[in-house]
Structures are given as structure tokens and as C-alpha cells.
Ligand binder design. Sequence first.
Ligand SMILES: [Zn+2]
Length: 127
Amino acid sequence: MDAKLVEAFHHTLEDRRRDLLTGVRAHLLNGELAAEERERLEVRDIGDDSVLDLAESLVLARDLREAQALRAVNLALERIRAGTYGICVDCGEEIPVARLQVEPEAERCVACQQRWEALQEQTEASL
Ligand SMILES: [Zn+2]
């Protein structure tokens, strides 16, 4: 992918990361947190992963969705650093730019994403 294009997606993803992180933190602070967890969030500048772990341990559906979105954004940023951004993690083909413009954190091409989602549904149905 063109380096300028990757740079543009990088900015989009960084903005999205900041928004999501702010949202998750705010919801956690508004929720029912144990005093020590609240203190961790308020006082220290804890890392994304700690915020995510906290969100996931509280298992609030909305926060969990945001936390998962944040994780996906972080993974996309890692792929930019690794130079593999825009490449489908399953088949290794380039993900169309039009798809990335809609979903910059996408890690699969449409075909692989549909296959993956179908597999997830099957797994959930068999549980
Ligand atoms: Zn693919």
C-alpha cells in the first residue's frame, strides 16, 4: 500500500484510539468500580491494556464492545508498525482500500471476514 495512504490510516486509527480510550475510561469511572480500581484509573496514567482488562473483567456489554473495538484498533496500529497493514491476516491478500476507509481496523478481506464470522456463529451455536 502507498506510504501516504498508510499514514492517513495511521492518523485515523490514532484518533479513533484516543476517542475509544476516553470513552471506555469515562464509562468505567461512571460505573460500579471497587475503590482501588477507581483509584488506578483516576490517579495513574495506566496503559491501554490495563483499561481493557478492567473493562473486560467488569463485563458490561457496552464497555466490552468499546474495549473490543479498542483492541482491534491497537492491533491495526501494530500492523502499521510491522509493515503489514492492509494485508488480510487469513489469506495474505491486500484488503481493498474502500473497505479500510469504512473500517480502518479491518484485519480481513471481505471473503475471509464472512468465513470467519460464519465460523464464530457455528462455534457459538455449538456451545
Ligand atoms: Zn482474506
